[in-house]
Ligand binder design. Structure first.
Ligand code: UD1
Ligand code: CA
Length: 453
């Protein structure tokens, strides 16, 4: 893929978001708006990202750290002024540079590639991505001569009534040759309706200097949608989610209700897995083949094997092995490492614990900081007492042990192989192999107590 640079505009205030968060840092499908632009550029082969920052710039710097270059725009004097701030990064030899807005997250790798290709093939100085729309209100208009040659871009507020009738608009995404871009930028003025230095004026300037400028008509205008307020944010979220859900459908995942399933871009789901409604699949989650997930499950940064069932449950930074079942109403917390053929039933919470093959934790149980072997049966209401208010301790339970209902295991403690714990026990000492531990008061009966009261 071709080598090019990009300038991403992100200095604006984003007043209409009504937010303390920088507009471009608001998220859709788990990723900040500007990261979508950054990532798609990178996928298309962009080697050098320069981000123009101003308002709430610390939030953007904190996010991208050293992975991009920054140009600081202290006063919002217009899009042309913003691009001018990047000049120092383009002092060397001429390069192709794309200019995009950090608040237009639906941009695709394909559209970037097509734009660069069209730009290079036509040997243009500048290529504007345009679109034909029904309602052009607010947009800059693409003004062409009778032979369809691009002449200039006129902003809505500066357009004559005749120009306002044009329904081909500037999407706000461009491709430039860097030398021509900065040369033209040195000539723009702010004598317009908004008193701003318009990036769009470079088109007319380059044209008047006999340079080649082109409009590349984008047939999927949705991809250039800019987010100005939370209504746009919700709209962009919906479009992005649909795109990701559709990709998974094509990959062989059954999604019962695409409108009510939310999947982040990096989630990987295997063939013939069924996702029931109201699931939220986040981050770097990986789900294997032939699984059933949902309804109503939230799974984040979790790896799930093949043939797993997860019903009405929450998992975060957990691992679930093949053929296991989780839920309904289970909670797998970080480092819950569930082996194969394990049953995690209702109202069970697991944290920082290894649960080995064939073990059953069927109901109302908390297992924290534990190493649990194979084929162990947990009775209802077992608790690992792992915390003394200051320190956490581990519990070890070896293969084939049987934990009776309503048992407290006060850590640090070990229950050895084949041991059996009587219901209602509070275990504070290690239990030997094959032995029975009973740790509770013997039942007393006071005969006729009620009658004699
Ligand atoms: C711009 C275009 C318009 C196009 C529209 C598409 C200009 C003059 N007009 O208009 O032709 O149809 O986008 O959405 O370019 N920004 C800065 N610094 C500034 C000003 C803006 O970083 O001083 C950033 C904003 O944060 C935003 C982007 O540039 O991300 C676009 O600015 P905005 O003011 O929204 O431009 P529009 O008026 O929408
Ligand atoms: Ca805008």
């Amino acid at each position: 893929m071709s080598n090019f640079s990009a300038i991403i505009l992100a200095a604006g205030q984003g007043k209409r978001m009504n937010s303390d968060i920088s507009k471009v840092m608001h998220k859709i499908s788990g990723k900040p708006l500007i990261d979508w632009v950054y990532t798609k550029l990178k996928e298309a082969g962009c080697k050098n990202h320069v981000i123009v920052i101003g308002h709430k710039k610390e939030q953007i710097e904190e996010y991208f750290k050293d992975s991009v270059n920054y140009a600081i725009q202290n006063e919002m004097l217009g899009t042309g002024h913003a691009v001018m701030m990047c000049k120092d990064y383009f002092k060397g030899e001429n390069t192709t540079v794309m200019v995009l807005c950090g608040d237009a997250p639906l941009i695709s790798k394909e559209l970037i590639e097509k734009t660069i290709k069209s730009h290079k093939e036509s040997n243009a100085s500048a290529t504007v991505v345009s679109a034909i729309v029904n309602d052009a209100t607010g947009y800059g208009r693409i003004i062409k001569d009778e032979n369809e040659n691009l002449l200039k871009i006129v902003e809505h507020k500066d357009a004559t009534d005749e120009e306002k009738k044009v329904n081909e608009i500037n999407s706000g995404m461009y491709c430039f040759e860097s030398k021509d871009l900065f040369d033209a930028l040195s000539k723009i003025k702010n004598d317009n309706a908004q008193g701003e230095y318009y990036l769009t004026d470079t088109i007319g300037i380059l044209k008047s200097e006999g340079k080649k400028v082109k409009a590349f008509v984008c047939d999927d205008f949705e991809k250039t949608l800019g987010v100005n307020d939370r209504i746009d944010l919700a709209k962009a979220q919906k479009i992005k989610n649909k795109e990701i859900v559709t990709k998974n459908l094509i990959n062989g995942v059954t999604i019962i209700d695409p409108d009510n399933t939310y999947i982040d871009e990096d989630v990987v789901i295997g063939k013939d897995t069924i996702i029931y409604p109201n699931c939220v699949l986040r981050g770097n989650t990986i789900i294997g083949e032939r699984c059933e997930v949902g309804p109503n499950s939230t799974i984040e940064n979790t790896t799930i094997g093949n043939d797993v069932k997860i019903i009405n449950s929450v998992a975060n930074e957990a691992f679930v092995g093949d053929n296991s079942t989780v839920g309904p109403f289970a909670y797998l917390r970080p480092k819950a490492n569930i082996g194969k053929k394990v049953k995690i039933g209702d109202f069970v919470e697991i944290k920082n614990s290894n649960i080995d093959e064939g073990t059953k934790v069927s109901h109302l149980t908390y297992i924290g900081d534990s190493d649990v072997g194979k084929n162990i049966n947990f009775g209802c209401g077992t608790i690992t007492v792992n915390y003394d208010g200051k320190n956490k301790f581990r519990t070890t339970i070896e293969d084939n042990a049987f934990i009776g209902c309503n048992t407290n295991l006060v850590a640090p403690v070990t229950v050895k192989k084949n041991a059996f714990i009587a219901a209602g026990s509070t275990i504070t000492d290690d239990v030997d192999e094959d032995s029975l531990a009973i740790a509770r008061c013997r039942q007393t009966i006071k005969k006729d107590w009620r009658k004699n009261k």
